[in-house]
Design a protein around this ligand. Structure first.
Ligand SMILES: Nc1ncnc2c1ncn2[C@@H]1O[C@H](COP(=O)(O)OP(=O)(O)OP(=O)(O)O)[C@@H](O)[C@H]1O
Length: 240
């Protein structure tokens, strides 16, 4: 395996009862990439990234992160995961949420105060540090979730539809934060069903009904399918 491979998904399938949700997924994601999984609702994107985050296992096949087999407790501290639903304590302030998760990661004292300041700046929420999360808007909650996933400075960030329900201006801000992190060396895997967001990724896998139907840079995918947009490319590759 190449040294610069961050994620290697090897013949991964998943069934829930009789329902096959992933079938024979083969994929390699390199260090330093922003890699997108694009597909309609139900394509299996969340199921796949949950496995990469160590929260679920394949029925068949294996996932390797940093050349080690998942799930692995020791790998968890190298990964930041932002789930589709925000897992926040609504009755606590943003700061209290950040302090709680920092403690879980073993970040304390001065380092904790520094990290809280840095991640809140990154997601542009510094002015709301002491506000109760129950009073946050949907977009603010998403950004706080992102801040929480960044506290321990993960090498790999796994984002499940990070900008759902966020207006276009904020979406841009959040993507600026992703680019910023990526420039500093963080590998990012992001699921989306939004085409303009997919266009921002270095490479993409197009998913449909639990299978990958094409992989490449947005430009390659358009060229290969002889189309002008990812939406058309997706249809040309057999998506719907
Ligand atoms: N724990 C589970 N038990 C049974 N079926 C499940 C489970 N988790 C996911 N599924 C099914 O697997 C399929 C794929 O779901 P998944 O959430 O991975 O899709 P997705 O591409 O992420 O879609 P979305 O964007 O809507 O989240 C769906 O049909 C879903 O109902």
């Amino acid at each position: 395996m190449d040294d610069n491979v961050c994620i290697s998904i090897r013949h991964v399938s998943k069934t829930f009862g009789k329902h096959q949700v992933l079938s024979g997924i083969e994929l390699e994601i390199k260090d330093g990439e922003i890699f997108g999984l694009l597909g309609p609702s139900g394509a299996g994107k969340s199921t796949l990234v949950k496995q990469l985050a160590g929260l679920d296992t394949p029925t068949e096949g294996e996932n390797f992160l940093f050349q080690q087999r998942m799930p692995s407790l020791s790998l968890m501290k190298r990964i930041g995961y932002m789930a589709q639903a925000d897992a926040l304590y609504e009755d606590l302030s943003a700061k209290e949420n950040l302090q709680f998760f920092s403690t879980i990661y073993g970040i304390r004292g001065k380092k904790q105060r520094e990290r809280i300041r840095e991640v809140m700046e990154l997601v542009d929420l510094s002015a709301h540090l002491n506000k109760r999360v129950a009073n946050f808007s949907g977009g603010m909650k998403r950004r706080l979730s992102l801040a929480l996933s960044l506290l321990h400075e993960p090498e790999l960030l796994i984002l499940d539809e990070p900008t759902v329900g966020i207006d276009p201006v904020l979406r841009r801000n959040i993507w600026d934060a992703f680019y910023d992190l990526n420039k500093r060396g963080t590998t990012i895997i992001v699921t989306t069903h939004v085409m303009d967001e997919a266009d921002k990724c270095d490479r993409l896998a197009l998913m449909r009904e639990g299978a990958i139907i094409a992989v490449g840079t947005p430009e390659e995918l358009k060229e290969k399918s002889n189309t002008n947009s990812l939406e058309e490319a997706f249809l040309a590759f057999g998506g719907e």
